[in-house]
Design a protein around this ligand. Structure first.
Ligand code: DQA
Length: 146
């Protein structure tokens, strides 16, 4: 197993900073990526921070994390969280532990956000802590065995 942690972000998260800041806060994704990478250096894990608006790309990146024997994946799949059986299948197909991350807490929002396909395969979840939830999730990833 490598000490690499993939941090994968799904659709519309590239617009953080201006996207519904009352829900998601005012940090941009670049700022979050920098903070997560810096924390990774402190924790001794190498952070690979990415974003895509495309479901299949998230599937490909999960396969890549598996192929590279990544230590863990932090996955904020955005709205695909609530719709994507393909992501659940990918999570179940790879032996890399996946930690589900959300800035908001979907369970306190619209009912269509209450289902999480990602959560059905994830080993842990961090929700409702804003951007700092990524740091909490990274700490969980760094503490995983191996
Ligand atoms: C989100 C929550 C999802 O319900 C939503 O579709 C997002 C962002 C979050 O980080 O709070 O795009 O994943």
């Amino acid at each position: 197993m490598s000490n690499r942690v993939f941090v994968l972000n799904g659709p519309n998260l590239n617009l953080l900073g201006t996207r519904e800041p009352h829900i998601y806060g005012s940090h941009t994704l670049d700022q979050i990526g920098e903070a997560v990478s810096a924390r990774g250096r402190e924790l001794g894990v190498e952070v690979d921070f990415r974003q895509t608006n495309h479901e299949g790309v998230l599937v490909d990146w999960l396969h890549e994390a598996y192929g590279e024997s990544a230590k863990a994946v932090l996955l904020n799949a955005g709205a695909y969280t609530h719709t994507s059986v393909a992501l659940l299948d990918a999570i179940k197909a790879v032996s890399v532990p996946v930690i589900e991350v959300h800035l908001s807490d979907p369970l306190t929002r619209e009912s269509f956000r209450h289902v999480s396909y990602v959560g059905m395969g994830a080993v842990a979840e961090v929700k409702g802590l804003g951007w700092e939830g990524y740091l909490v999730a990274l700490e969980k990833a760094a503490a995983l065995e191996g």
